[in-house]
Design a protein around this ligand. Structure first.
Ligand SMILES: Nc1c(NC[C@H](O)[C@H](O)[C@H](O)CO)[nH]c(=O)[nH]c1=O
Ligand SMILES: CC(=O)[C@@H](O)COP(=O)(O)O
Length: 167
């Protein structure tokens, strides 16, 4: 993914950024792979490790509530977090349960970003089997943890651009 902003340009806005990572821990090994990629990406772009908090949800269905709770946190009248990254994996089974979890998780994560105007990246794998899952957690299709984190970082830049635009 190519950033729209100059990756080698001014990154001061990233050094002070506070980020929450939520990991759906239904498949712990997958969650760990996604989390590692997210943490490495944040470090690569200069976000202070002391400004990153990690939270574990039992499953993807619980992620939106945790995301909303985190997004609502305030410090001195401002949002505590500048960005949120939601990670996890939902693997289809024999029933329609998969659809309900995926839809509610995606809808809930999106609603948090809209309601609180905090970039909340959707890094939840929605796959048909473990092979597809592993392939997207550091395998042949990359790592959704890195991809989602990069999207969140770019949104931090864009939100700053909007807030500081002049004519
Ligand atoms: N099957 C998967 C689940 N199921 C659990 C739900 O997310 C939720 O925790 C439960 O329904 C209780 O509310 N979660 C995943 O993250 N991935 C799955 O494949
Ligand atoms: C996505 C799920 O909840 C899945 O693990 C459930 O499997 P099943 O539909 O076979 O009960």
């Amino acid at each position: 993914m190519e950033f729209k902003f100059d990756k080698n340009g001014n990154r001061d806005f990233l050094v002070k950024a506070k980020v929450a990572i939520i990991v759906g821990y239904f498949y712990q090994n997958i969650g760990d792979k996604l989390l590692s990629a997210a943490q490495e990406t944040l470090a690569r772009y200069g976000i202070n490790v002391n400004n990153i908090n990690v939270f574990y949800a039992p499953g993807a269905f619980e992620i939106p509530l945790l995301a909303k709770k985190l997004a609502s946190q305030q410090l001195s009248g401002k949002n505590l977090y500048d960005g949120i990254v939601a990670l996890g994996a939902v693997i289809n089974g024999e029933t329609t349960h998969f659809e309900f979890i995926c839809n509610e998780c995606a809808r809930g994560v999106a609603d948090v970003s809209y309601q609180y105007e905090i970039p909340t990246a959707f890094g939840i794998l929605t796959t048909n089997n473990m092979e597809q899952t592993i392939g997207r957690a550091g395998g042949y299709k990359g790592n959704k943890g890195e991809e989602a984190t990069m999207a969140m970082i770019e949104m931090l830049y864009l939100m700053q651009q909007v807030d500081t635009q002049t004519f």
